[in-house]
Design a protein around this ligand. Structure first.
Ligand code: SF4
Length: 254
């Protein structure tokens, strides 16, 4: 069906370890604006290349996939499009509007890149606005050389300022060389900007071209991170080796 509708999923392009489980349950995270990214984060399996023009039929095709799968909750994400003047904000808003116009009861979680203008995307009506910080600030130059920790925090802060009623969410991959204290500081930074939900998962090296795994964090440490996140005030915290930002997202609800 994904091939027939010419849809990309981050499940496949990011080599997610949960792809079999999620596809078997009939869920997928649709990846907007093409299959290649203008950035090259060194943990990410999405290819870097010159992107194709945006496809205005993308919203209709995702709506059709949601209809065939009988989804009540859909998670959208996208590559980063630094080549576009608005980073793709207009396209994001149009896709969400198209899907919600077709299925008014369908909840949409939007896992966006670090867009500079969020108003249109938030006006389109996502129930959850997610943006992943991915790692701790000290590791940004190595792990996400074209991204900026403060800019990512600012995305979440602006989303809360514009639409306090929309749930915000972020995710961190551990095992890249960060310390426990640095993870706790990053969680505190997220709470500082009003982030409501958080996911922590183990970094797994997609290929030999990607950063090596520095540490395999124990399940007990993940349990401690989840507990500490709840104590900090996150309304929902998922921390487990194979947890990823959209893993079981529908269970947390709109
Ligand atoms: S911006 Fe997102 S999709 Fe692009 S390389 Fe980084 S993590 Fe992967």
């Amino acid at each position: 069906m994904l091939q027939e509708l010419n849809l990309n999923t981050v499940c496949q392009h990011a080599a997610c370890p949960n792809v079999a489980e999620c596809f078997a349950r009939g869920t997928a995270t649709f990846m907007l604006m093409g299959s290649v990214c203008t950035r090259r984060c060194r943990f990410c399996n999405v290819a870097q290349a010159i992107p194709q023009p945006l496809d205005p039929t993308e919203g209709e095709r995702i709506a059709e996939a949601a209809r065939r799968l009988g989804l009540r909750y859909v998670v959208l994400t996208s590559v980063t499009r630094d080549d576009l003047p608005d980073g793709g904000a207009g396209h994001w808003a149009a896709v969400i509007r198209t899907i919600r116009a077709r299925f008014t009861e369908l909840a949409v979680e939007a896992l966006i890149p670090d867009l500079s203008d969020l108003s249109d995307v938030l006006a389109a009506g996502p129930c959850v606005l997610a943006h992943n910080i991915e790692t701790v600030p000290r590791l940004y130059p190595m792990v996400r050389p074209q991204a900026d920790y403060q800019r990512s925090l600012d995305v979440l802060a602006r989303a809360k300022r514009i639409r306090p009623d929309v749930v915000t969410k972020s995710a961190i991959l551990v095992g890249l060389g960060e310390t426990e204290d640095e993870v706790l500081e990053a969680l505190a930074d997220l709470r500082q900007v009003g982030c409501d939900r958080v996911v922590l998962g183990q970094y797994l090296r997609p290929t030999r071209e990607h950063l090596p795994v520095v540490e395999f964090v124990t399940p007990e440490q993940f349990d401690r991170f989840a507990e500490q996140a709840r104590q900090m005030g996150f309304s929902w915290a998922l921390a487990a080796p194979l947890a990823r930002s959209s893993y079981h997202a529908a269970e947390a609800g709109p």
